[in-house]
Design a protein around this ligand. Structure first.
Ligand code: MLT
Length: 245
């Protein structure tokens, strides 16, 4: 029996206040590409992901660990950070590279959204890749649920909002769940409009254009796959790992 309650959607890191998520369950969505890369990394056997707000925090955490146990991962404005082991392409996160490693992750919007949601009761990472895991979790959830789209530097992103809408649609087998707040109604309506053309829609999003000159188009196709990854990344005490049933 589903416990589906009130659901809202926020559209960027700057679009919510810390207190907006206090005591709620949040899902952090950054389709292109931070959430997708984390989901891929954990699916490929990474032990944990430590999201950070900036390079200084990443450096401080790295200093407490043995070299060889961790990888510095992430981007600034889409480009791999100088001196980091990996950038933010999910295709880099193969089993050979990430298995049993701790990934210290630093990105322009996605990791900032995760850190800003610290007052939430529970924090999950979701995208198209693990949508059914997120949908099942929401059906079981006693809290009010907030889907946080990371967006881009304070602005909404089409791909994140579309993913939030896809999750909402999936929750009630295509119908709008009953207790949607305004943000969730907007995301649901967007998905009704573009849901049959996710890949094409995301390919023509602002962030896909932004990434076009820097990364392979394969990144975008990869991030638009639905339900290919059966992992539910969950954050506890600042560390993201796969939630076991
Ligand atoms: C972010 O956190 O803003 C993104 O993941 C940027 C990117 O596509 O690399």
């Amino acid at each position: 029996m589903s416990k589906l309650g009130i659901i809202d959607v926020y559209f960027s890191v700057q679009g919510f206040q810390e207190d907006d998520v206090r005591g709620k369950t949040v899902v952090i969505i950054d389709v292109l590409r931070a959430s997708s890369s984390m989901i891929q990394a954990l699916n490929q056997g990474a032990q944990k992901v430590i999201p950070v707000e900036d390079m200084a925090a990443a450096g401080r955490i790295a200093q407490t660990m043995e070299p060889g146990d961790y990888l510095l991962c992430g981007e600034k404005d889409g480009i791999k950070i100088d001196g980091y082991h990996l950038g933010n392409s999910p295709l880099e996160y193969t089993k050979e590279v990430v298995q049993n490693k701790t990934l210290i992750f630093n990105t322009t919007n996605g990791t900032k959204a995760i850190k800003k949601a610290a007052l939430a009761n529970q924090i999950y990472i979701g995208t198209f890749l693990n949508m059914s895991q997120i949908v099942n979790m929401i059906h079981e959830c006693d809290d009010e649920v907030v889907l946080i789209c990371s967006g881009w530097r304070g602005k909404q992103s089409l791909e994140d909002t579309l993913c939030a809408g896809a999750i909402l649609s999936e929750l009630s087998a295509g119908k709008a769940p009953t207790k949607l707040k305004d943000g969730a109604k907007i995301a649901y309506a967007l998905y009704q409009q573009y849901g049959d053309f996710v890949l094409d829609t995301v390919f023509h999003s602002d962030h896909a254009y932004r990434l076009r000159d820097m990364v392979s188009e394969d990144d975008i196709s990869f991030c638009c796959q639905t339900n290919t990854h059966e992992v539910l990344p969950y954050m506890k005490e600042g560390i993201i790992s796969v939630k076991k049933n």
